[in-house]
Structures are given as C-alpha cells and as structure tokens.
Design a binder for this molecule. Structure first.
Ligand SMILES: CC(C)(COP(=O)(O)OP(=O)(O)OC[C@H]1O[C@@H](n2cnc3c(N)ncnc32)[C@H](O[C@H]2O[C@H](COP(=O)(O)OP(=O)(O)OP(=O)(O)O)[C@@H](O)[C@H]2O)[C@@H]1O)[C@@H](O)C(=O)NCCC(=O)NCCS
Ligand SMILES: Nc1ncnc2[nH]cnc12
Length: 272
C-alpha cells in the first residue's frame, strides 16, 4: 500500500471517529459533549491540518532502513512536535488531537514500514517505543499523563504504546471485525468495548480520581450486555450515559484515540 493510501486512511479514521454519535462526553455532529470549546467543524479543520504530518510519518516508515526502530520513532517524534503546532494553529490553541498525533502517527509510520519488512505493525510499535515509559515519565508533572504516573503509577498512552496497544490488537479490532449492520452502531459499540477496558488518562484527569475507571468499565459492560446501539435498550442507555458524562464534565479522549486507531487498522486490513 502506497504512502498516499495510508495517509488517506489516517484522515478517514479521524473523520469516521468524530462523526460517530452519540459518543458519551465526546464531540460529534449532534453534540459537543463535555467540550464547550470544540465542535465537529474544529475537528475537521484539525484533521486536515494533520494530512502532511501523516504523509511524512508514512514516508519515515517507508524510508527507514536502520536496525534500531527507536531511531525511526525519534524521527517521527520530531515530526509530531511540529504537527502539534500545526494542530494548535488550526484550532486556535484547542487540544483536539494531541493523543492521535502520537498514537495514529505511530500506526501510520509502522504500517508503512511493514509494507517492505512484512512484520506485524503492533510488534514494530513495541520495538519503536521500547523503554519510553522509563525515559519519559517520573521526572516532570506538567501533563495529565506525567502527573498520573507519579500519583497512581499509571503509564497512560506511553505504556499502551510500549505494550503494542494490546487493547486495539486483542480486543477492539477483533470486536469490530465481527460486528454487522449500520456503521455508526458498529463504531459506537467498538468505542464502548474500548471503554470497558481502558484506563483513559483524560477521564481520570476530568474526574480527579482513579475510581472513575471501574465505574466507566461497568457502564460500558452494561451497555454491551443490553445488545449495544442496535437495540432500543442499548440506545436508551447510551443517551442517558451521554447526559451523565455531560453533567459530570467527564470525557473519553483516550478512548476516542483508540477508536481512531482501530478504524485505521480496520481500513488497512480491509475489515472496513
Ligand atoms: C506522549 C504524548 C501523547 C504526550 O504526552 P503528555 O504527557 O503531553 O500527555 P498525556 O497526558 O500522557 O496524554 C496523552 C494523550 O493520549 C490520549 N490517551 C489518554 N489515555 C490513553 C490511553 N489509555 N490509551 C491511549 N491514548 C490515551 C489522550 O488524548 C486525547 O485526550 C486529549 C485531551 O486530553 P488531555 O491532554 O488529558 O487534556 P486537555 O488537553 O486539558 O483537554 P481536556 O481535559 O479539556 O479534555 C485529546 O487530545 C485526545 O487526543 C491524552 O491526552 C505526546 O504528545 C508527546 O510525546 N509529547 C511530547 C512532545 C512530543 O514529542 N510530541 C510529538 C509526539 S509524536
Ligand atoms: N470526538 C472527540 N471529542 C473530544 N476529544 C476527542 N479526542 C479525539 N476525538 C475526540
């Protein structure tokens, strides 16, 4: 698959995620959730501002010929820092896609690398990010991820990357592959499958406590047990949950990012 096709799948994944609705606490075309500073148009602007970054990420993967994949990650990170600037310029300093620049950037780069090396993307990401938690965390406490590592010992998105995103590989992608019917319901149910297992640092930060994680896991499990969005009971539960998230000002930015990656990998593998 060529660089241009991989880039198109990355942008498509960002847009598919944001139009999926109703997502609890997240921005979609119907509702801005717990994000009064954002709307769906801002996400479209943000997504398009990242096109040249994803093209660059794919080129880095296609061109890399070294042995140590951590060097490929270093090249990607430099591009990612510039992409964050482009995103903040496009959104007037609102953080729409910081997590996606990191996580989707890794998948785009790894997928492109795998076109030549015929390795597995998830294993390539493990090699790219080996030692990241130890190198990055435990020193500063500026961001939610850095604070939560010191407070709770949770490695957040960095630990997820170092483990090769097992929640996407072993849970979300197989789940999406076996769903049927309307795409919006398939993607909403996949999001809730992710929520049923993730430790989302965005949610922990919004709630100000770690107990919110088991609450969110239980809510997502109840929704899935009702049969998901394709059932009246599941739909009703989801609308209620969205109201609760908005009332409490909760959000699920990390879960949205994992849905984006799941969609991207599903497009790459012909599942979508
Ligand atoms: C490694 C970085 C991603 C940056 O790390 P940083 O320490 O700056 O950020 P973290 O707090 O660790 O957040 C990482 C973002 O990853 C998403 N996320 C959270 N949990 C998970 C998870 N379990 N698995 C996967 N992904 C996860 C999440 O992104 C989404 O939420 C964002 C908004 O959240 P937040 O930042 O907490 O909050 P605010 O901006 O204040 O917004 P609100 O509270 O108002 O909602 C949103 O962007 C979603 O995308 C986490 O935010 C990487 O950026 C990095 O390496 N930074 C250093 C500079 C660099 O090298 N950049 C280039 C990277 S290639
Ligand atoms: N739809 C969405 N709403 C809020 N934050 C997000 N981060 C990624 N996608 C998001």
């Amino acid at each position: 698959m060529a660089v241009e096709e991989i880039t198109r799948n990355a942008i498509k994944a960002l847009l598919y995620e944001v139009v999926t609705n109703p997502k609890p606490g997240l921005v979609d075309p119907v509702d801005v959730g717990s994000h009064p500073d954002m709307n769906v148009y801002l996400f479209i602007d943000s997504s398009l501002s990242l096109k040249s970054y994803f093209r660059q990420a794919a080129k880095i993967g296609a061109d890399f010929s070294g042995q140590d994949l951590r060097q490929m990650f270093e090249q990607l990170r430099q591009a990612g820092i510039k992409a964050e600037e482009a995103m903040f310029t496009a959104t007037n300093s609102v953080n729409t896609h910081k997590g996606a620049i990191f996580s989707l950037g890794l998948f785009v780069c790894a997928s492109s690398y795998c076109q030549n090396s015929h390795q597995d993307e998830f294993e390539v990401i493990q090699q790219m990010t080996k030692g990241l938690v130890e190198r990055d965390l435990g020193k500063k406490k500026d961001t939610a991820g850095e604070k939560q590592f010191l407070q709770y010992g949770k490695g957040g998105v960095r630990a997820e990357a170092e483990a090769g995103y097992p929640l996407v590989r072993d849970v979300a992608l197989p789940f999406l592959a076996q769903t049927k019917g309307e795409l919006n319901a398939r993607l909403l149910d996949t999001l809730m499958k992710i929520v049923s297992e993730i430790e989302d640092s965005n949610l922990i930060k919004r709630a100000g406590n770690i107990e919110v994680i088991s609450w969110a896991h239980n809510q997502a499990k109840k929704y899935l047990a009702l049969g998901g969005y394709g059932t009246q009971a599941g739909k009703h539960f989801m609308l209620e949950l969205n109201s609760i998230f908005k009332e409490k000002n909760y959000s699920l930015g990390g879960s949205a990012d994992l849905l984006i990656i799941t969609i991207f990998m599903a497009l790459q593998r012909g599942i979508l």
